[in-house]
Design a binder for this molecule. Structure first.
Ligand SMILES: Cc1ncc(COP(=O)(O)O)c(C=O)c1O
Length: 405
């Protein structure tokens, strides 16, 4: 049976108050979900329940309210563990994906001569921390936008210490062949980190079936709150990782000149954590689970296919990665040859048509510059977006074409 993508989106739309927002009396079409998604009311209600109740701290004492809040905080950790199929103590709560990758890049105590393989379509967050802490080798993408696997296999022969994979590109929406990349990296003896910031919102990754050492994503890209990031670390890897921040919450015992660290994962959560964020994350995960990841993935794929075909129907529009056989989600980056700055186009699309999209280099500047010779316009959809909204964006582009490009 064919997947009814609009019926799926229409079913969830009433749960998102943000969708009803109007600017100058006109409804807003939100197509910047790769940056951050809208939030369902249930998620905000869960955060409010914490703030409007006895909003105790966590893990510091024995009062009833503190235990209640601590239990809810820990339940969120177990929900993440169940999503990923890993143990609860392998889940660390941080601020975001960026902080998680910085923690790993620093905490592995790499030497400058250690080699780290990074991919040229990586977000700056999965690029710069490695550049600072080690010697990086860049695996490039070919002209069609896909990874150069021959180059990857050749680079693995040089015994890299770490391979930093991006599961789904925030520029193209194309998924990397995760099994193949991870298995080859593990055979080469490397530590594997996966940036799943763009993938986990749409697809599950089963850590029981993939030998990944670290994996990270951000709650705000999957209906959850900002300021809540997740780092999965394999138990033996987390036990070796050096914490970056010290202070309250990370130690069992302190003397004048010595301290004993708490067990994982707590030793990485220094200071008061984002407690309300854990409540929100928990509610966001419940929401996604109720929808079923199988449906979410089908909707994502269907909109991704539609975006590519609508872009390719227009001869004045170019796309980064045009491979129609690629495994892609609902993210696409377009450029218009001869129109290097798309600031004005993004502004007009926003102000005159109410469509929120993104322009610029998308925190992947070397990759975007190489493939687009300038900025791009990106649209990215999530569970509540419809076919009509994607068409609206392309119609707006056609209308502004004559006076803008
Ligand atoms: C692929 C990828 N990695 C990392 C990040 C950084 O996420 P955050 O800003 O939540 O740290 C993003 C954000 O857009 C991303 O798309």
């Amino acid at each position: 049976m064919q997947f009814e993508m609009d019926a799926f989106a229409e079913r969830v739309r009433p749960d998102f108050p943000g969708i009803k927002t109007e600017v100058d009396g006109k409804g807003v079409v939100y197509l910047d979900n790769a940056a951050t998604t809208l939030k369902p009311k249930a998620m905000v209600d869960a955060m409010n329940a914490y703030y409007l109740g006895i909003s105790s701290n966590v893990h510091r004492g024995k009062s009833y309210s503190l235990e209640l809040v601590s239990n809810t905080y820990e339940q969120a950790r177990y929900k993440v563990a169940s999503l990923l199929n890993c143990a609860g103590n392998e889940v660390v709560f941080l601020r975001n994906t960026t902080e998680a990758i910085n923690l790993v890049a620093q905490g592995l105590c790499l030497k400058k001569e250690d080699r780290v393989l990074v991919f040229d379509d990586s977000h700056h967050s999965n690029f710069l921390p490695w550049v600072r802490n080690a010697t990086t080798e860049l695996i490039t993408t070919k002209a069609d936008g896909n990874l150069d696997l021959d180059q990857y296999f050749a680079a693995l022969k040089k015994a890299p210490k770490v391979v930093a994979i991006t599961h789904c590109s925030n520029v193209t929406g194309v998924y990397a062949p995760l099994d193949l990349l991870v298995n080859a990296a593990k055979e080469a003896g490397a530590i594997v980190l996966v940036d799943a910031a763009q993938s986990i919102p749409h697809r599950r990754v089963n850590l029981g079936q993939l030998d990944i050492d670290f994996l990270t994503f951000s709650a705000h890209k999957m209906l959850g709150p900002t300021g809540m990031g997740i780092l999965y670390g394999k138990k033996e890897q987390l036990e070796k990782l050096e914490p970056v921040n010290l202070g309250g919450g990370v130690v069992d015992w302190v003397e004048a000149n010595a301290y004993r660290m708490r067990k994982i994962p707590h030793r990485f959560e220094a200071g008061t954590p984002h407690i309300a964020g854990a409540y929100g994350l928990s509610a966001a995960l419940d929401y996604l689970n109720r929808l079923d990841y199988e449906n979410i993935q089908q909707h994502d794929r269907a909109l991704g296919k539609l975006m590519l075909s609508l872009a390719q129907e227009r001869e004045y529009v170019k796309v980064i990665n045009t491979d129609s056989t690629a495994d892609r989600g609902a993210v696409i980056s377009l450029f218009i040859p001869g129109a290097p700055s798309l600031d004005d186009a993004a502004r007009v699309i926003s102000d005159s048509y109410g469509i929120v999209c993104r322009n610029g280099f998308l925190c992947a500047q070397p990759y975007v510059s190489q493939h687009a010779q300038g900025q791009v316009l990106r649209i990215s959809a999530y569970i509540y977006n419809t076919e009509a909204e994607i068409r609206q964006f392309f119609n707006a582009l056609d209308e502004i074409r004559d006076f803008m490009f």
